[in-house]
Design a protein around this ligand. Structure first.
Ligand SMILES: NC(=O)c1ccc[n+]([C@@H]2O[C@H](COP(=O)([O-])OP(=O)(O)OC[C@H]3O[C@@H](n4cnc5c(N)ncnc54)[C@H](OP(=O)(O)O)[C@@H]3O)[C@@H](O)[C@H]2O)c1
Length: 263
């Protein structure tokens, strides 16, 4: 049995990783247990594997406080790497600019549009050459703050919701990602794209949520410019792996069904 240390264990991915690695000697650390902008607290038992899921994930707030986001995302990765154990670090589709119209693979050049994306790209370097860098996208799970849970709440409150229809990506269920990470740690280190099969826009995802939940709520398809959020997002950020042995994740619609069974 391996000692597996999970940072950000209170987040949606952290919680899923704790479930997937429950058979190991698990050390689950929430934000309260370890603020990763600081070095690890003294007395932490030496881990055999670190799953670093703590991060600044508020994409819009990072525009106003890029240094705060950098302290968590870049500083946190450095501190996680300093534990000296094999490290799985999580990054994002937002390292790409979305100009491509075919799936992004590991060898494509990043060009982040937002402060959040820039901190995540730098965090990949901070995690070091000896880490697994997992780029994933549009995460949702049965806990935490995410698009699926927000839509379910709005869907019962309103007759119609306005949702952007000009961003295309891979909505990924954290349970499926956590299972893929179990496979990944048997494979060579480096950058890996791990996202759900299939692709859609946020509006299409909202429609699927309402369909699966049997909620009668219309989706008004709007442009990102109409929403006017502070951080620019890539218009297209579908992730696929070009690596022959990459773990394969189920389709996002299957992830949505599995997630909703747990809500
Ligand atoms: N969410 C997405 O759509 C998405 C997409 C692509 C990649 N990712 C990446 O996937 C990873 C996991 O994301 P997630 O969706 O699980 O995010 P999440 O639900 O927001 O969880 C992040 C966790 O990090 C904790 N945290 C924040 N600042 C911290 C600090 N200074 N020290 C220690 N913990 C801190 C948060 O705690 P508090 O809430 O208490 O602050 C939270 O529990 C991140 O690396 C993220 O960049 C996410």
């Amino acid at each position: 049995m391996k000692r597996v240390l999970v940072t950000g264990a209170g987040g949606q991915l952290g919680a899923a990783l704790c479930e997937a690695f429950a058979g190991e000697d698990l050390v689950a650390l929430t934000h309260a247990d370890w603020d990763v902008t600081l070095p690890a607290p003294p007395g932490l038992p030496a881990p055999g594997l670190v799953l670093h899921a703590a991060a600044w994930t508020d994409v819009d707030a990072a525009e106003d406080d890029p240094q705060g986001a950098a302290a968590v995302n870049i500083g946190g990765a450095q501190h996680a790497a300093a534990l000296g154990a094999p490290l799985v670090h999580f990054s994002t589709d937002y390292v790409f600019d979305g100009q491509k119209r075919a799936p992004y693979v590991e060898s494509d050049s990043p060009n982040p549009l937002s402060a959040y994306g820039r901190t995540k790209l730098l965090s990949e370097a901070a995690a070091g050459e000896d880490a697994w860098i997992v780029r994933t996208s549009w995460l949702f799970g049965a806990s935490g703050k995410n698009f699926v849970r927000t839509m379910l709440r709005l869907g019962v409150e309103r007759d119609e919701v306005a949702v952007v229809d000009d961003q295309r990506g891979c909505p990924t269920y954290v349970g499926h990602l956590a299972a893929a990470v179990r496979e990944l740690v048997e494979l060579p280190r480096g950058i890996w794209h791990l996202a759900a099969d299939g692709e859609c826009t946020w509006a299409e995802l909202a429609e699927a949520v309402f369909e699966e939940a049997g909620v009668d709520c219309r989706v008004q398809r709007i442009a990102s410019s109409e929403l006017g959020r502070p951080a620019p997002r890539p218009a297209y950020s579908v992730l696929r792996s070009e690596r022959p042995r990459a773990p394969h994740l189920p389709h996002w619609r299957d992830g949505l069904r599995e997630c909703m069974e747990r809500l």
